[in-house]
Design a protein around this ligand. Structure first.
Ligand code: CMC
Length: 425
C-alpha cells in the first residue's frame, strides 16, 4: 500500500482515489470512491481490473515472466517435480525433504475414489465428451465429503486440497477409459504422480507388464507443472467468484473446469489439433493464413491476453516437445504441418504486429498427441494440472475476509414501461 492517490474529476468534484503498490507489477487504483459520486467503472473482459490481492503467482506479460511464489517457471520446470510445485502453490514455500515426503505420501493415500463415485460414470453416454464427465464427477465429490467441507476449518481445507490433487489423475484417466469402453485401472501407489496417471490411462488388465516410458512420464510431469497456475485467468476467477458465495470447494472446482473448457481458454489445446486436421496439409497453410487475416478463423494456440511478447511456458514446452518427438522418433505429417504454421506465424507481419506468438497450448497439444493421448482428453489434462492452482486461490481467499463477487453493468435495455396484457400483444 502507499499514500499516493489519483485525482478524478466527476460532476465538478475532484475525488482522490488511493493507489496501491504491489511487490511487482502495475500499481492499482482503488475506484470504489466513484460510487459515492453516482458512477460505476466499465471494463469489459476485466482487462484492467484487479478484484483481488494475491501472493501466489505473478505474470509480467511484457517480459514474458511467470513466477509461482516468486520462483521462475523455467526453474521450477527444470528442477522441481509437479508435487513440489503443488506444495509451493498451496503452502507458499517449496517443501523441505521431510515436508515433501509427507505431502507425497498424503497424496498417494488419497488416489482412489469411492466405489459409489465410480458409478456416476455409468450415467454418461459412452460418447460423452470427457470434459462433460469430469465436470459432473468432480462436482459430485461434494456429495461424498460433506463432513469435511467447513470452509473456515483449516484441517478441512488441507484435506480438501490433498483429495483434489490426489484424485484428479484417477478421475481423468477414468474419463478416458470410460470413453473407449475399457475397464477402469486402479491407481498404483508405487508409481509417482505422472507415472501413475499414464499407467491408469494406458495399462489394461490384459497387459499386466505394462511399463510407463520414463521420458513420457517426465514430459507429462512438465506439462502438469507448466499448467499448475496462471493467476486470475477466466477459470481461476470463476473458482474465486463461486467461492465468494461460500459454495463448497468441489462445486467451485467443477465451476472452474466448466470455465476452462472453452476454446479461448483450456479448450485451445484440443482446438489446435482440430485446426491442424482442418488445414490437412502443408500446402494449405498459406490459404488458411489468409482466412485468419480476414478474421474468418482464429489461429488456435496463438495469442494471449497477458503475454504480449512470449509465453515463458511455451518456451519450456517447445524444448520438451522436441525431446519427446526425438525420443519417440515421430515423423507425423500433422506435426510437420504444425511446425510450418509456427514458422509462418512467427515471421508474418500480421502476426508479429499483433504479438501473436505460440502459447503453451500450441506445443502441449503436439506433445500430448505424440504421447498417444486422444484430442478429447487434452483439456481434461489441463484441468487435472490446474486444480492445484484453483484450490490454492480458493484457500487464499478463505484465509482472509472476502466479499461476495457482484459486478455491476451498463444497462442498455428498455426504460420502465407498462405491462401489456397477453390479449393485446
Ligand atoms: N488468431 C488470429 N488473430 C488473433 C488471435 C488468434 N489466435 N488472437 C488474437 N488475434 C487478433 C485479434 O483479432 C485482434 O486483431 P485486431 O487488432 O486486428 O482487431 C488482435 O489480435 C488482439 O486480439 P484480442 O482479441 O484483443 O486479444 P485478447 O487478449 O482479447 O484474446 C485470446 C486473447 C487468448 C483469447 C486470443 O488470443 C485467442 O482467442 N487465442 C486463440 C485461443 C488460444 O490459443 N487460447 C489459449 C490461451 S493460453 C492457455 C490459457 O491460459 O488458457
Amino acid at each position: 500500500m502507499s499514500d499516493k492517490t489519483a485525482k478524478l474529476e466527476l460532476n465538478g468534484t475532484t475525488i482522490e482515489l488511493p493507489i496501491y503498490e504491489g511487490t511487482l507489477g502495475y500499481p492499482v487504483i482503488n475506484v470504489e470512491g466513484v460510487q459515492a459520486q453516482g458512477y460505476f467503472t466499465y471494463d469489459p473482459g476485466f482487462k484492467v481490473t484487479a478484484p483481488v490481492e494475491s501472493k501466489i503467482t505473478y505474470i509480467d506479460g511484457d517480459k514474458g515472466q511467470l513466477l509461482h511464489r516468486g520462483y521462475p517457471i523455467d526453474q521450477l520446470a527444470e528442477k522441481a517435480d509437479y508435487l513440489e510445485v503443488c506444495y509451493a502453490l498451496i503452502h507458499g514455500e517449496l517443501p523441505t525433504k521431510e515436508q515433501k515426503q509427507d505431502f507425497d505420501s498424503k497424496v498417494r493415500n488419497h488416489t482412489m475414489i469411492h466405489e459409489q463415485l465410480r458409478r456416476f460414470y455409468d450415467g454418461f453416454r459412452r460418447d460423452a465428451h470427457p470434459m462433460a464427465v469430469m465436470c459432473g464427477v468432480v462436482g459430485a465429490l461434494s456429495a461424498f465429503y460433506h463432513d469435511g467441507m467447513d470452509v473456515s476449518n483449516a484441517d478441512h481445507q488441507e484435506i480438501t486440497a490433498i483429495r483434489l490433487v490426489a484424485k484428479m489423475p484417477t478421475i481423468a484417466a477414468m474419463c478416458y477409459k470410460y470413453s473407449i469402453g475399457h475397464p477402469f485401472i486402479q491407481p498404483n501407489n508405487d508409481l509417482d504422480y505422472a507415472e501413475n496417471f499414464l499407467y491408469m490411462m494406458f495399462s489394461t488388465p490384459a497387459d499386466q507388464n505394462y511399463k510407463v516410458n520414463p521420458i513420457l512420464a517426465k514430459a507429462m510431469d512438465k506439462i502438469f507443472t507448466l499448467h499448475a497456475d496462471h493467476e486470475q485467468n477466466a477459470s481461476t476467477s470463476t473458482v474465486r467468484l463461486a467461492g465468494s458465495t461460500g459454495a463448497n470447494p468441489y462445486a467451485c472446482i467443477a465451476a472452474g473446469i466448466a470455465a476452462l473448457w472453452g476454446p479461448a481458454h483450456g479448450g485451445a489445446n484440443e482446438a489446435v489439433l482440430v485446426m491442424l486436421d482442418e488445414i490437412g496439409h502443408k500446402d494449405n497453410v498459406a490459404e488458411f493464413m489468409e482466412r485468419v487475416k480476414k478474421k474468418e478463423v482464429k489461429l488456435m494456440g496463438f495469442g494471449h491476453r497477458v503475454y504480449k511478447n512470449f509465453d515463458p511456458r511455451a518456451k519450456v514446452m517447445k524444448e520438451t516437445c522436441d525431446e519427446v518427438l526425438a525420443a519417440l522418433g515421430i515423423n507425423d505429417p500433422q506435426l510437420e504441418l504444425a511446425m510450418e504454421l509456427e514458422k509462418i506465424a512467427l515471421n508474418d507481419e500480421y502476426f508479429v504486429k499483433r504479438n501473436l506468438y505460440p502459447n503453451v497450448d500450441f506445443y502441449s497439444g503436439i506433445i500430448l498427441k505424440a504421447i498417444g493421448i486422444p484430442t478429447s482428453m487434452f483439456t481434461v489434462i489441463f484441468a487435472l494440472a490446474r486444480t492445484v492452482g484453483w484450490i490454492s486461490h480458493w484457500l487464499e481467499m478463505h484465509s482472509e475476509p472476502y466479499k461476495i463477487g457482484r459486478p455491476r453493468q451498463l444497462y442498455k435495455g428498455y426504460d420502465e414501461r407498462n405491462f401489456i396484457e397477453i390479449a393485446d400483444r
